[in-house]
Design a protein around this ligand. Structure first.
Ligand code: ADP
Ligand code: MG
Length: 339
């Protein structure tokens, strides 16, 4: 089983940022409203994720580290989400098989917190009492310490940390309601505070400003449009040559979500570019000359998301409808923006 775990780890745990992604998603699944991410040495030394979610009971703690231990599959709908998201109940087992992992948790029903520890091969089934507020902390030390070939593939601290930073941005952009803190080597690098919700729009806008900067929010076209079961909200900004040269902040803002999942999609991009081109016939826009944050929602039966869990692809059943809708939405926003 240990070998199986390490093989599974190859699928789930590519680098520190994939560990961070899995653990933060677990925290969000547990309905945390605050997630704190502490990183040391680009994640090779320490990845610590603390949340204020529902916690794991004492009885369930040892099982959380076992393979195929998931509390999340109970019906057909879940089965469909497995098909789309891939692995279930593999993340903690996989991560613990290639690191020294400590899991500490406190549920509201229990008087105290409890802890389990696993070192690569050896999962220590002893559950010890611990001190912890309600919620969970997962501490992953010495990632890949027992798989030297993988450890060798780790890049510089800075590169690995940048990947982690990007993972947090992607998640924080769709979870405006959650506060995220990211520290590296003891220094706080990001603080995305969930603003008290006057409206969902205000909260979303505040988060996009926190991550992408006020300049982006202020200069970009705001798109807000819906038609039957399609809805889009977003900010799109064509970048001039001087902006591309001078501003590193706006560059690289390329986030597109379909039903809350980050995607890269040609249909969406084509529609946006075509609208800009129609409005400004002389401009030539390539993908890298566009900064955007787009949230599209489509009724679930109109889209396949299970093309490949890691590739961020989607397939719309009606490409044409989606394309025309987005084109209309962007045209509308351009007319309003320039009026
Ligand atoms: P999965 O998320 O696919 O169920 P994981 O290996 O990521 O599998 O986690 C195993 C189980 O451990 C989860 O189903 C959940 O019950 C529990 N768990 C993991 N992390 C947390 C957390 N931060 N808060 C509460 N429960 C958690
Ligand atoms: Mg998980």
């Amino acid at each position: 089983p240990q070998l199986a775990n390490q093989i599974a780890a190859g699928e789930v745990v590519e680098r520190p940022s994939s560990v961070v992604k899995e653990l933060v998603e677990n925290a969000l699944d547990a309905e945390a409203t605050q997630v704190e991410i502490q990183i040391e040495q680009g994640g090779a030394g320490l990845i610590l994720i603390r949340d204020n979610g529902s916690g794991i009971s004492k009885a369930d703690l040892p099982f959380a580290l076992a393979r195929h231990a998931t509390s999340k599959i109970s019906d057909m709908e879940d089965l469909i989400s497995i098909l789309s998201f891939g692995f279930r109940g593999e993340a903690l087992a996989s991560i613990s098989s290639v690191s020294r992992l400590t899991l500490t948790s406190h549920t509201a029903e229990q008087a105290e917190a409890w802890q389990v520890h696993a070192e690569g091969r050896d999962m220590n089934a002893v559950v010890k009492p611990a001190a912890h507020p309600i919620g969970t902390t997962v501490e992953v030390r010495n990632l890949f310490y027992n798989t030297p070939a993988r450890r060798k593939f780790l890049r510089t601290e800075k590169t690995e940390f940048n990947h982690i930073d990007e993972v947090i941005k992607r998640i924080a952009l769709v979870r405006h309601d959650v506060t995220f803190t990211l520290t590296h080597n003891g220094k706080r690098i990001r603080y995305y505070r969930a603003v008290p919700a006057q409206s969902e729009l205000a909260q979303k806008q505040a988060r996009v400003a926190q991550i992408c900067g006020n300049r982006f929010i202020d200069s970009a076209n705001h798109i807000l449009w819906n038609h039957f079961d399609l809805a889009i909200e977003g900010w799109v900004m064509p970048l001039s040559t001087s902006e591309l040269e001078s501003s590193q902040i706006v560059q690289g803002i390329q986030y597109c979500y379909v039903n809350g999942r980050i995607v890269r999609d040609k249909v969406i991009m084509h529609a946006i570019k075509q609208a800009f081109q129609t409005y400004y016939p002389d401009s030539f826009l390539s993908d890298d000359k566009l900064a955007y944050v787009i949230y599209l929602s489509v009724s679930p039966e109109q889209v396949d998301v299970n093309v490949h869990p890691a590739k961020h692809e989607v397939r719309f059943h009606q490409n044409r409808t989606v394309h025309d809708f987005i084109y209309q939405a962007v045209m509308q926003s351009l007319e309003a923006h320039c009026a």
